[in-house]
Design a protein around this ligand. Structure first.
Ligand code: PSU
Ligand code: MN
Length: 305
C-alpha cells in the first residue's frame, strides 16, 4: 500500500513530527474553478492552514502515485491541464494503474486521506443526491464514502443544484452525522441557510474533536460532515443563485448531460451565468473552511486515537 503513496517533503516531515495534517481535494482545482484562479486559491488555502498551525496536504494522482502534498509545479500542472481526469472511487485504480493525471473528488480524497492516516479534509461542497434522482439514480459516490470512510469533511454544505433534503436523508440512513458550526442551519454553499437544520451545532474545535473521536472510538467507522457557512459578507442572494441554478439544471437536461459530467457541467454553467460573482464566493468559503478544518485538526491531534 505504502508504495502507492508519495508524500511531499512538507507532509513527510509533518508526519514524522506528529503534526496535525489537513487533506485538500483536487477536483475543486481542476473542475471547480477556472485557471489561474484555481492554482492561486489552492496556494492561498494551503497558507491559511499553515497559519492556523496545521500542515496542508493537497491530494492528486500523478504518474501512478497517490501524491499526498503537491509541489508548486504539480499544482500548476493540475490547474492548467484540461485533460486531468475527475477521479472518484470508481476511477481511482484505473487512473493509478494507467499513470494518468487525476484530480480527486471528495470520495477519492477521503480514501487517499484515510490511507495516509489523515483525519481531517477540507473542501468547498460535497456531492449528494441530485434533483430527480428518483428517476436518474444520480447519487454522488461521496455519500457512500462518508458512510464508510473515517475522515471528517469540512465543507460549506451542498449546492442547491442537488436535492438538499434528500441528501440529508441519505446521510441519516447511513449514520453520517452532520455538524454545523456557528449556526443551527445546514448551509447551502453560496448561501448560509439551506432551510434545513444540521443534526448538531458544535462551535468549539475541541468539542468537535471530542465528538468525532468518540464516534471512532466506539468503533463506528465512517465520516462526519462539518458544515461551515460562507462568511456573511461573501454570501450570495438566494433569489439570484436560485434563478441561475434553475437555468443550469434546465440546460443540463436539455443537452442530456449524464454520469460524472453532470456536476462539472452545472458548476461551469453557474460560474458563467453569475459572471464570476460565484467564484469570489467560492474562494471565500473554501478559505473559511480551511481555517475551521485546521483548528479541528489541531484539536483532534490532541485527543488520543
Ligand atoms: N460540488 C461543488 N464543488 C465541487 C464538487 C461538487 O460545489 O468541486 C466536486 C467535488 O470534487 C465532489 C464532486 O466530490 O464534484 C462530486 O461529483 P459527483 O456529483 O459526480 O460525485
Ligand atoms: Mn453523479
Amino acid at each position: 500500500m505504502q508504495s502507492f503513496l508519495l508524500f511531499s517533503p512538507e507532509v513527510a516531515s509533518a508526519r514524522a513530527a506528529g503534526k496535525p495534517i489537513v487533506a485538500l481535494e483536487s477536483t475543486i482545482i481542476s473542475h471547480g474553478m477556472p485557471y489561474p484562479q484555481n492554482v492561486h486559491t489552492a496556494r492561498e488555502v494551503e497558507q491559511v492552514i499553515r497559519d492556523a498551525g496545521a500542515v496542508p496536504a493537497t491530494i492528486a494522482i500523478i504518474g501512478g502515485k497517490i501524491c499526498i502534498g503537491l509541489s508548486d509545479d504539480q499544482l500548476e500542472l493540475l490547474g492548467s491541464s484540461p485533460d486531468a481526469i475527475k477521479v472518484s472511487r470508481r476511477d481511482l485504480a484505473y487512473v493509478l494503474a494507467q499513470g494518468k493525471l487525476g484530480a480527486t473528488t471528495v470520495a477519492a480524497t477521503m480514501i487517499c486521506a484515510a490511507l495516509a492516516g489523515i483525519e481531517v479534509f477540507v473542501t468547498g461542497g460535497i456531492g449528494g443526491v441530485h434533483r430527480g434522482a428518483e428517476t436518474s439514480f444520480d447519487i454522488s459516490a461521496d455519500l457512500q464514502e462518508l458512510a464508510n470512510t473515517s475522515v471528517a469533511v469540512v465543507c460549506a454544505g451542498v449546492k442547491s443544484i442537488l436535492d438538499i433534503g434528500l441528501t440529508l436523508e441519505y446521510l441519516e440512513t447511513h449514520g453520517v452525522p452532520v455538524v454545523s458550526v456557528g449556526q443551527p442551519a445546514f448551509p447551502a454553499f453560496f448561501t448560509r441557510d439551506s432551510g434545513f437544520k444540521a443534526d448538531f451545532q458544535i462551535d468549539a474545535p475541541e468539542e468537535q474533536a471530542a465528538f468525532i473521536r468518540t464516534k471512532w472510538q466506539l468503533g463506528m467507522a465512517g465520516g462526519v460532515v462539518v458544515s461551515n457557512p460562507v462568511p456573511q459578507e461573501s454570501a450570495m442572494e438566494p433569489y439570484e443563485i436560485d434563478t441561475i441554478i434553475q437555468q443550469a439544471l434546465g440546460e443540463a437536461s436539455e443537452r442530456g448531460v449524464s454520469g460524472k459530467a453532470v456536476t462539472p457541467f452545472l458548476l461551469a454553467r453557474i460560474k458563467e451565468l453569475t459572471g464570476g460573482r460565484s467564484l469570489s464566493t467560492n474562494i471565500a468559503l473554501v478559505k473559511h473552511n480551511a481555517l475551521v478544518g485546521a483548528r479541528l485538526a489541531v484539536a483532534l491531534n490532541q485527543t488520543a486515537a
